[in-house]
Write a protein that binds this ligand. Structure first.
Ligand code: NAD
Length: 474
């Protein structure tokens, strides 16, 4: 599917809007825009007494930096247009948040719920073999990660399959990110994309001028939030925003319907219910309705689409009632809808920034794998010893001078805690989200031709990519 309205066409139109505001070297706009290659593989796996043929893709959008990076999606909707659009977004995302990778994406046309764990493992290992034969999985060239329908489990299978094929590669673990910790993963990767959404919103609310542009005021506390998709990204974003920032998640939209509760939904309880029953139906902590599509149009301050692409389109954009959309999913707003929402004054925090937490922490994981040591292992106790020295010295002075001051218990414990891996990962992620937002905002506010954060994000990303191309011998 590469029609005028396709996902890829939508991404290319948004890219084109930004590129039109720049003076790029002749031909460079096209070179940056096009997808370098897409590999399609059809492979057979013998399961349940017969051979089943699966179709998989790995698209490489840009190799201006290597390795290229991007998730692998398991879904029956996977197609070439989709992986190419997602690979392009990865290129721009990595450039925007200064993660030194090119853009890639992969997918397997499969309904993961239709197969049991052993079957999924065999299918995943076979897919890895096909990718490896073409260097489409490799620590130095192409590093997949989880996406819709995949998670730590699939990444561990892929890492193991790769290691078996390349037993002499000391960096083999770095062939894929999003692995469980025991298989070389990093603390904080599972939560990373949702955590990044939270950090993005916190940063947004630190800038009263942009908060005002959205017709909002104050902080995140008490803001009414609608979330579509309570999977990895949606769950973590909803959980952190409600438990740590006081936001009220008033509506959750899932495959099998909608849960609403104006007092705020208990996200952990709802997630538990979904795990236990397979859906939101029957959840006691809110009202259930079947139709999820119109729920996107509900009254709220912040809308978080965290499931699929193209859910806000020309057909419903006029009816969307939120003030701010943060695109936790990739491509949830089509180019047509983007124009309608902009005209209506609804502010959009764009996907390439909003969900960049995943690739940012994947980058930390890759660095950890290459350096073969966990973050903070060398410094942590040293840091704690220095903190202890300072406290003991203060206590000695206090005793010697008879001032008898006492540090608050909470302060002392926090001060004596050397940063562990999770602390460092969150700190690096927070820094990335804050700095990237400031860059986008600077471009948005200072250039009257830049009408929104998305165009600003593209401008920052394209500028950086073009700088790399200018130093490449093409
Ligand atoms: P996931 O598979 O963990 O979760 C997706 C959720 O959406 C599931 O709970 C599913 O039931 C729900 N869903 C599916 N169809 C739906 C529908 N029609 N209506 C409502 N809900 C529906 O996937 P994920 O990893 O959370 O990814 C979600 C989005 O975030 C995707 O667009 C993905 O590309 C993007 N993303 C993910 C990551 C990551 O680290 N996992 C990183 C960046 C971007």
């Amino acid at each position: 599917m590469t029609s005028h309205n396709s996902f890829r066409a939508s991404v290319e139109r948004m890219f084109g809007n930004a590129a039109a505001l720049m003076e790029l070297a002749p031909g460079l706009e096209e070179k940056i825009r096009v997808c370098n290659s897409t590999y399609t593989v059809r492979f057979g796996v013998r399961l349940r007494g017969q051979i089943h043929t699966f179709t998989g893709y790995r698209s490489v959008h840009s190799e201006h930096m290597e390795p290229v990076k991007g998730g692998i999606r398991y879904s029956m909707d996977v197609n070439q247009d989709e992986v190419e659009a997602l690979a392009a977004l990865m290129t721009y995302k990595c450039a925007l948040v200064e993660v030194p990778f090119g853009g890639s994406k992969g997918g397997l046309r499969i309904d993961p719920r239709a197969w049991n764990e052993d079957e999924l493992e065999r299918i995943t290992r076979r897919f890895t073999y096909e990718l490896s034969r073409r260097n489409l999985i490799s620590p130095s060239q192409n590093v997949p990660a989880p996406d819709m329908g995949t998670g730590e489990r699939e990444m561990a299978w892929m890492a193991d399959a790769y290691k078996r094929l390349h037993p002499d590669d000391i960096n083999a673990k770095a062939c894929v990110t999003g692995k469980p910790r025991h298989a070389g993963g990093i603390d904080g990767r599972v939560e990373a994309t949702g955590r990044g959404v939270q950090y993005a919103l916190r940063e947004f609310f630190r800038h009263p001028d942009v908060v005002g542009q959205a017709g909002l005021a104050g902080t995140l506390a008490g803001k009414r939030v609608i979330v579509q998709g309570l999977g990895n990204v949606g769950y973590h974003a909803a959980q952190f925003l409600s438990a740590e920032d006081g936001a009220l998640v008033t509506c959750v939209i899932e495959r099998d319907g909608v849960i609403t509760n104006p007092q705020g939904i208990n996200i952990d309880a709802l997630r538990g219910h979904i795990h236990a029953t397979g859906g939101v139906k029957g959840f006691a902590g809110g009202d259930h309705a079947e139709n999820g599509l119109t729920a996107l149009e509900g009254e709220c301050d912040i809308l978080i689409p965290a499931a699929l692409e193209s859910v806000i389109h020309a057909g419903n954009a006029e009816r969307i009632k939120c003030k701010l959309i943060i695109e936790a999913a990739n491509g949830p707003v089509t180019a047509d809808a983007d124009e309608i929402l902009r005209r209506r004054g609804i502010v959009i925090i764009p996907d390439m920034y909003a969900n960049a937490g995943g690739v940012t922490v994947s980058y930390f994981e890759w660095v950890k794998n290459l350096s073969q040591i966990s973050l903070g292992r060398l410094e942590r106790r040293h840091e704690e010893a220095r903190a202890r020295m300072l406290i003991e010295e203060l206590e000695r002075i206090s005793a010697d001078t008879g001032t008898n001051f006492e540090l608050a218990r909470g302060f002392k414990d926090a001060f004596l805690h050397g940063a562990d891996e999770l602390d460092l990962v969150r700190s690096g992620l927070d820094d990335t989200m804050r700095e990237s937002f400031k860059k986008m905002k600077e471009v948005w506010i200072n250039n009257p031709k830049v009408e929104d954060l998305r165009t600003a994000a593209y401008l920052v990303a394209i500028r950086r990519i073009s700088n790399v191309y200018n130093s490449l011998g093409l």
